[in-house]
Write a new protein. Sequence first.
Length: 95
Amino acid sequence: MKSPLPAEPVAELPDAVLVARAQDGDAAAFELLVKRHLRGAHAVALDVPAEISDADAAGQDAFMSAMQQPASVALAEKFGAGLLSTARHRACELN
């Protein structure tokens, strides 16, 4: 079941709303989250230090992990910070 669509443009929606919509299967919401946060997750993973391919994998794994978490407003509001932390931990595991 998709979350109700707020009147504001999708690009203006906060992460918490996008996370809920992405977890409901909204591909556009997931794509926007990726556009907002993948570069940062990749940069954090490279800081470990990691190979570029490991940083790519860490960033992707962090997104998949985040989308599999139960929907929680508290977690969704901190999506970006949680994603970066997960990417760093995953890069450490890969390194």
